[in-house]
Design a protein around this ligand. Structure first.
Ligand code: NAP
Length: 273
């Protein structure tokens, strides 16, 4: 399996990244970034909403590696979208991250009232060089269709909640059919399902952890995964998913775990455009 996939704008994104939500203790983000880099991660996912962009910036600086080795994503929060100053929000994030550009700037949650304007502004930001790719999060099919109507620039990625207990096949299929990479957030289901009998059985069968089974299932569905951890051994083990593969019948067994139960309180479908 390839370690990176092609985006619809011609760039490449690693298939595994480090999620940084709630990496907020002293030096937690900095250390997690170092552990992750050493374990082979090159994609790092933060957001202005996580209030850790300064720490993430420090962690990235401390790696002392060429900028082009890294794929850094951050996101614009809803109040920043409503304020109308999208470029100002990006500039604040860049300053905190100590970066000249982000690899991907994303709409964190779509805001119905200003969605069209914000997307047009995001697409324009690519021309400034401060943003290499643009993406969205939490967008249902209706939002993606809206973008197709109003803009010549498609999101390179739609980052949505995805794990065995919550898999929105219609959205994933629609995005993949339209060359939009689906990035799975909360890919471990925030660890609420690690004791599920199917995962326990498959972990035993493959000699792998339950978390690795979940992440491997997601990779085999063509998703990019961004598990979060601040613990060195978990960060390493979450990335060690390239040397085994789930048999078709085991992929199907994990498919059966879908309860359509989100671990995130907000449901994008309630905010449809
Ligand atoms: N766009 C959005 O709206 C959105 C929403 C949510 C998340 N995200 C992104 O997606 C990333 C991942 O999602 P998430 O953080 O919500 O949930 P997650 O990655 O599914 O789960 C993270 C939790 O699992 C634990 N964990 C990690 N590896 C483990 C392992 N191998 N065994 C047991 N426990 C393990 C972590 O604890 P320790 O840290 O203690 O290991 C943490 O409590 C976020 O960090 C963020 O970057 C985006």
């Amino acid at each position: 399996m390839e370690r990176a996939v092609k985006l619809n704008d011609g760039r490449q994104i690693p298939v595994i990244g480090l999620g940084l939500f709630r990496s907020e203790g002293e030096n937690e983000a900095e250390n997690a970034i170092r552990y992750a880099y050493e374990a082979g991660y090159r994609l790092f996912d933060t957001a202005s909403y996580y209030h850790n962009e300064e720490a993430v910036g420090r962690g990235l600086q401390m790696l002392h590696v060429p900028r082009e080795e890294l794929f850094v994503t951050t996101k614009i929060w809803t109040d920043e979208q409503k304020s109308g100053d999208v470029e100002g929000a990006l500039d604040r994030s860049l300053k905190k991250l100590q970066l000249d550009y982000v690899d991907m700037y994303m709409i964190h949650w779509p805001v119905r009232e200003c969605f069209d304007r914000v997307w047009e502004e995001m697409a324009r930001l690519k021309e400034t060089g401060k943003v290499k790719s643009v993406g969205v999060c939490n967008c249902s099919v209706s939002y993606i269709k809206r973008i197709m109507e109003i803009s010549g620039v498609l999101p390179a990625v739609n980052q949505i909640e995805c794990h065995p207990a919550y898999f929105e096949k219609d959205t994933v299929d629609f995005c993949q059919k339209n060359q939009i990479v689906v990035e799975a957030y909360a890919p471990l289901g925030r660890c609420k399902y690690l004791d599920h009998p199917t995962l326990v059985r498959l972990a035993e069968k493959y000699g792998r952890s339950e978390a690795q089974i979940m992440l491997r299932w997601e990779l085999q569905k063509g998703l990019v995964v961004i598990p979060k951890s601040v613990k060195q051994h978990r960060i390493a083990s979450n990335a060690d998913i390239f040397h085994f593969s789930l048999a078709p019948e085991d992929m199907e067994a994990v498919d059966q775990m879908n309860e359509f139960r989100r671990v995130i309180d907000l449901d994008p479908k309630t905010m449809d455009i």
